[in-house]
Write a protein that binds this ligand. Structure first.
Ligand code: COA
Length: 320
């Protein structure tokens, strides 16, 4: 018995910011951003927030799965940009979709969050604790980046993606997850400033800081390693995989990973040009787009793989 994805959904805010729009206030160019990243535009939240986007993606996934919201036993929302400290985002999604009994929690593994959520739900299902779970990746990255820092802000966008999974005969075949906190400073974002009367921490700005080149090196080394481990576990060759759905951070990272695995870039779908890096939302948005375009065929093999702040990484091999 394993875990199968039976429904997907996604949502992105209507407001679009093009590379050209960024040149109005940043020393950058459309050409530089396209060439170095593959990004043309991104959807930016103008006030809905992470929870509202999560709800829309979740509702679409539930509709696509054709299940009753009350049959969901577990909701995990992967986010590093929750609107509130508490209640957790998952509990607010639960309320909006019409479920009043299941287990709800948020999970922060930055851009690896959806994979961490999917693999965690799989562990719950495989152990018999739950039968059906909803995993959502929802992010308002636009509130974490410094819009005056051209080396980071150009990369990110906002959005949400979701998947409903349930117990089945076919589905997830192997999983890999890991973290290396010792190198976490290469991409980080401070949390809330300590605000009690005894606090000694100096007030710092809370924007994301990132050493882009180091993150790039980490991704092109770690992602192929994780995928190789995943394939070995399932005794499958890289060329037997029909689709590699990687976290959408930079098109050059995707092509480096494809090269290292000796797999054609044609098997690596890309939607970066439209959304930029939406962190935990990027993989489920891509998955939903492919599902709705009827690109995915029952029985096809897929690898999903994410990487991000932490540093964290995770991968899932499944039969669709
Ligand atoms: N527009 C124009 N020039 C820019 C720029 C921008 N938006 N951002 C940086 N530059 C400049 C730099 O200042 C530098 O100028 P210099 O040579 O005069 O010093 C030059 O471009 C090259 O900068 P560099 O940092 O070497 O570029 P790069 O090829 O490494 O690309 C990133 C930068 C951020 C696009 C790339 O490192 C990257 O994508 N890294 C991974 C980040 C990531 O994916 N993070 C999320 C992980 S989940």
């Amino acid at each position: 018995m394993t875990t199968r994805i039976i429904g997907t959904g996604c949502y992105a805010p209507e407001h679009i910011v093009t590379n050209e729009d960024l040149t109005q206030f940043l020393d950058t160019s459309d050409e530089w951003i396209r060439e170095r990243t593959g990004i043309h535009r991104r959807h930016i939240d103008t006030g809905e927030g992470t929870t509202a986007m999560a709800v829309k993606a979740a509702q679409r996934a539930i509709e696509n799965a054709n299940i009753s919201p009350q049959s969901i036993d577990l909701i995990i929302v992967a986010t590093s940009t929750a609107d509130e400290i508490f209640p957790n985002t998952a509990a607010m999604v639960q309320k909006s979709i019409g479920n009043n009994h299941c287990t709800c929690y948020d999970l922060n593994a930055a851009c690896s969050g959806f994979i961490y959520g999917l693999n965690t739900a799989h562990a719950f299902i495989k152990s018999g604790i739950v039968e059906t779970a909803l995993i959502v990746g929802s992010e308002t990255m636009s509130k974490t980046v410094n819009w005056e820092d051209r080396s980071t802000c150009i990369l990110f966008g906002d959005g949400a993606g979701a998947a409903v999974v349930t117990k089945d005969e076919t589905g997830i075949e192997s999983i890999v997850m890991g973290s290396d906190g010792s190198n976490g400073e290469i991409i980080s974002c401070d949390g809330r400033i300590m605000e009690n009367r005894w606090g000694k921490r100096p007030v710092k700005n809370s924007h994301m800081i990132m050493d882009g080149q180091e993150v790039f090196k980490f991704a092109v080394r770690k992602v192929p390693e994780a995928i190789k481990e995943l394939l070995e576990q399932a005794n499958i060759d890289a060329d037997q995989i029909d689709h590699y759905l990687l976290h959408q951070a930079n098109e050059r990272i995707l092509s480096s990973v494809a090269k290292r695995l000796h797999v054609s870039m044609e098997r690596f779908p890309v939607n970066l040009s439209e959304y930029g890096n939406t962190s935990a939302a990027s993989i489920p948005i891509l998955l939903d787009e492919m599902n709705r375009k009827n690109i995915l065929r029952r029985g096809e093999k897929m690898v999903l793989a994410g990487f991000g702040a932490g540093l964290t990484w995770g991968a899932t091999l499944l039969t669709w």
